[in-house]
Ligand binder design. Structure first.
Ligand code: ARG
Length: 579
């Protein structure tokens, strides 16, 4: 609908320009917003205020000219001028009802991608193997998965790439520690995280150990057979831990999506050679650097992107440069989204600029860093356990499930144990994921069990519960949507508000896809659930005055249920039929 209105306004502007009311050469970005208060219509535009100055007219006068010049459209019942010169558009209820009927009859709920389908690489999760996966990687995993699902739903071809850190200096440490106390069985190694901690302690305490670790990295990178064997073993164990976590979280990631840093080894020397051939390399203290005009440090001095260390070693940036060209040439991506901590923003700006300068990617390929804020503890400080240690993700999820169990049991003591456990599992995991998804992506975020598990507010339990209300309505009725008959009629103000929101699902998903911001979908579902609630309280359904009204309301409820379920699934949250 917003697109339609923008198009109508554009036509009116063209007409007024031809008539000489507006000067030639204006090409304003036409803004159309959803109104908050339905007495102002369903959509509003401030275009008359934006163009009043260049047109040398009062905004309200221009608004009147615009309204007169707007072509008629079936979807719009009327247009009014409000306040200083807003254009308020009122949807035509019949046209709206027809759209909703079409959505109800469609497996994709009438959602289409605005713009052509694309092949999109989503770079997500990317923990550093052998170390503990930390809360930052949890954010990347959850948010990246949510956006990937939305892109797929809109028809994009999504290629997930788990760019795990499997080649870093941490392996030298592990190898050196392994030499000191050969660990035999897989069972012993299964607790790789404590093994890593012990190795790290040795590394920090002993200069001799640290030196040995560094040499082992060189040996490993040179392909030494014994080092490689152990390296594979570490990685296999570590990846199987990651996979267990993905499965538990219900994240669509598998071993086939892993394309770690080590996968680009063979291309790194070539990356350097190609940069050199393009004349982009400068030697600085023995290191190979790329200097780009747009990057300066705080003192205004040129800031280098270091691509090879003085000793010959390659860096994180070198691997990322190699990855850009793999994604361009082999994966043929048209768009690449990187879900990585906001603190790496400069790294990505420099890598993207360098990849373009070197011609590693075609100009048409979009490279977008989808940065996110830091996950902090409830006190707003970096996330730590009470005794100052790092929080284990598995323990975090265990606690969420336990708390959910207690809450659900209290609400619903008569549930049998198996169902209770299943509900607690779904609610616990969903709460952790939703808390992460519903915050603005770039904000830092406070982890708080009480808030995320609350049945009130913009939370998973609230939305899951809203869905069960719709489900229970149809259970009571003993009918499926297909058996209801009749058609949607939009009359009461609560019906109007709910219907208007339902019609915004496609717009919302397109925004999520464009901006990579799943919180927009969360906010939408939260609003939808709230509007459903007031509809449910004000518009009797099972006790409706006549059959046609009942059918219409049931159809609205059914579409709400399907939209909630689909929306939650796109966020990676399964729904429950009761809780
Ligand atoms: N392993 C990296 C880290 O933990 C994240 C990698 C993100 N992806 C990328 N292409 N650099 O910081």
């Amino acid at each position: 609908m917003k697109d339609t209105i923008r198009h109508l306004i554009q036509q009116a502007l063209t007409r007024l320009t031809a008539e000489g009311v507006l000067p030639e050469g204006l090409s304003p970005a036409i803004q159309v917003e959803n109104t908050k208060d339905k007495s102002n219509g369903d959509f509003a535009s401030n275009i008359a205020m934006m163009l009043a100055k260049p047109a040398a007219m009062k905004p309200r006068d221009l608004a009147e000219k615009l309204v007169a010049a707007l072509p008629a459209d079936d979807g719009i019942a009327k247009v009014e001028i409000a306040g200083p010169g807003f254009l308020n558009f009122f949807q035509n209820s019949d046209a709206l009802a027809q759209r909703l009927e079409a959505a109800l009859a469609d497996a994709s709920l009438g959602v289409r991608k605005s713009g052509p389908a694309q092949r999109v690489v989503v770079d997500l999760s990317a923990p550093n193997l052998a170390k503990e996966m930390h809360v930052g990687h949890l954010r990347s995993t959850i948010i990246g998965d949510g956006v990937a699902r939305v892109l797929e739903f809109l028809g994009d071809e999504v290629i997930r790439q788990n760019h795990v850190g499997d080649w870093g200096t941490q392996f030298g440490m592990l190898l050196a520690y392994m030499q000191e106390q050969p660990v035999g069985s897989d069972a012993e190694l299964a607790d790789l995280e404590s093994f890593y901690r012990a190795a790290k302690k040795r590394f920090d305490d002993s200069a001799e150990f640290a030196e040995r670790a560094r040499q082992l990295v060189v040996q490993l990178q040179a392909g030494d057979a014994e080092c490689m064997r152990l390296w594979h073993r570490f990685n296999d164990i570590s990846l199987s831990h990651c996979q267990a976590l993905y499965d538990r979280l219900g994240v669509k990631l598998s071993m086939a999506d892993v394309k770690g840093e080590s996968a680009y080894n063979d291309d790194l020397a070539q990356v350097i050679a190609d940069l050199a051939a393009k004349g982009l390399l400068t030697e600085d203290n023995g290191a190979q650097c790329v200097f780009m005009d747009e990057f300066k440090n705080a003192e205004g001095n040129p800031l280098p992107l270091i691509v090879q260390k003085a000793g010959g070693g390659y860096l994180y940036a070198t691997t990322d440069l190699a990855a850009t060209r793999y994604r361009a040439n082999v994966l043929k991506a048209e768009r690449v989204l990187y879900f990585v901590d906001q603190r790496q923003a400069l790294h990505f700006q420099m890598v993207f600029a360098c990849a373009r300068l070197a011609g590693f990617v075609p100009p048409s390929m979009a490279l977008e860093h989808m940065g996110f804020g830091t996950m902090n503890g409830p006190d707003g400080k970096p996330f730590k356990t009470r005794d100052g240690g790092t929080v284990k993700l598995v323990e975090l999820l265990d606690e969420a499930e336990q708390r959910a169990y207690a809450l659900v049991k209290e609400k619903n003591p008569e549930l049998d144990e198996d169902e209770l456990r299943e509900i607690a599992r779904v609610v616990g995991i969903a709460s952790v994921k939703y808390a992460d998804l519903s915050k603005h992506r770039t904000s830092d975020y406070r982890f708080n069990f009480e808030l995320m598990l609350s049945f009130e507010g913009n939370t998973a339990p609230y939305l899951l519960y809203a869905y069960t209300r719709v489900a229970s309505l149809f259970r009571k009725l003993g009918k499926e949507v297909g058996e209801i008959g009749g058609q949607i009629r939009i009359e009461a103000p609560q019906e109007q508000a709910l219907a208007g929101k339902l019609a915004q699902f496609a717009d919302t998903l397109n925004n999520v896809a464009g901006k990579g911001e799943p919180h927009l979908l969360c906010a939408y579902l939260y609003d939808l659930a709230g509007l459903f609630s007031s509809f449910y309280e004000n518009c009797p359904i099972l006790a409706a005055e006549d059959q046609a009204t009942q059918q219409s309301r049931l159809r609205l409820a059914a579409l709400t249920g399907r939209t909630l379920k689909q929306g939650l699934e796109l966020l990676g949250l399964p729904t429950l039929e009761r809780m």
